[in-house]
Design a protein around this ligand. Structure first.
Ligand code: LMR
Length: 334
């Protein structure tokens, strides 16, 4: 009898041991945009590569469209370890105590993806990610989205047209200063709340990329879209440091490889995704597109450039200068 009991217990112990050895490592990856965006697609591609290459030892659960958490909550969830991976927009690193990421919000800092990549794919980008270590976070990569346009229910062509408009922004001090420089009133709001706020008139307008505007159907509740290209939206992929460093080294190396490829893929499709979204917006016929002539754009640039020096103390003069140098941006030569 005792023998049988011992045998049963031993069997049970073995079974539990085998089961736990087979339990996959779960990575919960939360984000706020739809799967049909540059970030959404890159996240899905990372999941595919990570699961294939670790032969199922890692399972990546992607939660898009603020399904799990909204902007601010997701950052808290990462710090608490309720999720393991995020890709917040670079304008949302303030709550982490990493305001220097707001340098990417400076208006008209980048004219093209090529200029941007000189920063995100070079030593400046790497050193910014490294600074997250002290916050218990590891920065893995930069993912592109694209350039921002203004949307509103009032036609905006000139800077003066923005006067008095209530415009939604992400939680960045640089964006706050930018909207004020236009004579408008900034309103910080989570991404998941923007559509309804535009629809009900809680705000008069917003700024975002074509892909975000189109996939959230914001163009259906905004009469005008101004092609201002006045700023950039992109992301840093971040993980909880304790979790990441606790992974078996071979698994971590495999995941790093998968991340590198997902980054290449995501950054390769970002421009095209935004171009296609613009076509979709045009086809819908719901929004009037207002293009700006080069002269008109120059007036916008001149109005917004003072934001660079105004925010230099908050973000870091040296950081701004190093970006100017890397991209060839010359504030005296517009
Ligand atoms: C926004 O909040 O407007 C965007 O940054 C959302 C995103 O993640 O692209």
């Amino acid at each position: 009898m005792r023998r049988t009991l011992f045998g049963m217990l031993a069997g049970l112990w073995l079974a539990i041991g085998v089961a736990s050895a087979q339990q996959p490592i779960i990575i919960k990856f939360s984000h706020v945009v739809t799967p049909d965006t540059p970030k959404g697609k890159a996240a899905e591609y990372f999941k595919k590569l990570a699961e294939e290459r670790t032969k199922g030892k890692v399972k990546v659960e992607v939660y898009p469209n603020s399904q799990l958490y909204k902007d601010k909550e997701e950052v808290e969830a990462l710090q608490l370890g309720s999720v393991q991976m995020l890709a917040p927009s670079l304008a949302k690193f303030g709550p982490l105590g990493a305001r220097e990421f707001e340098v990417f919000d400076l208006p008209y800092l980048f004219d093209s993806y090529e200029q941007l990549h000189k920063v995100t794919q070079g030593p400046i980008g790497a050193s910014l990610l490294k600074r997250l270590d002290a916050k218990g976070i590891v920065g893995l990569a930069y993912w592109d989205n694209g350039f921002k346009e203004m949307t509103s229910n009032r036609p905006i062509r000139k800077v003066e047209d923005c006067k008095g408009l209530k415009l939604r922004i992400q939680s960045s001090k640089v964006l706050d200063a930018q909207i004020r420089a236009l004579g408008a009133i900034p309103q910080v709001m989570a991404f998941s709340e923007v559509y309804q706020a535009l629809q009900t008139g809680v705000v008069d307008g917003a700024e975002n990329t074509y892909s975000n505007i189109y996939t959230q159907k914001m163009h259906e509740v905004q009469k005008y879209l101004t092609v201002s290209d006045h700023g950039y939206v992109g992301y840093a992929v971040i993980v909880n440091k304790k979790f990441w460093e606790g992974l078996p080294p071979d698994i971590r190396a495999t995941l790093e490889g998968a991340m590198q490829e997902a980054t290449k893929y995501g950054n390769h499709i970002a421009k095209q995704e935004n171009d296609e979204a613009l076509e979709g917006i045009k086809k819908s016929g719901k929004t009037q597109i207002i293009p700006l002539t080069p002269q008109e754009k120059l007036v916008w640039k001149k109005a917004l450039l003072p934001v660079h020096s105004q925010m230099a103390d908050k973000i870091g003069k040296d950081l701004i200068q190093s970006i100017y140098q890397a991209t060839g941006f010359d504030p005296n030569k517009l």
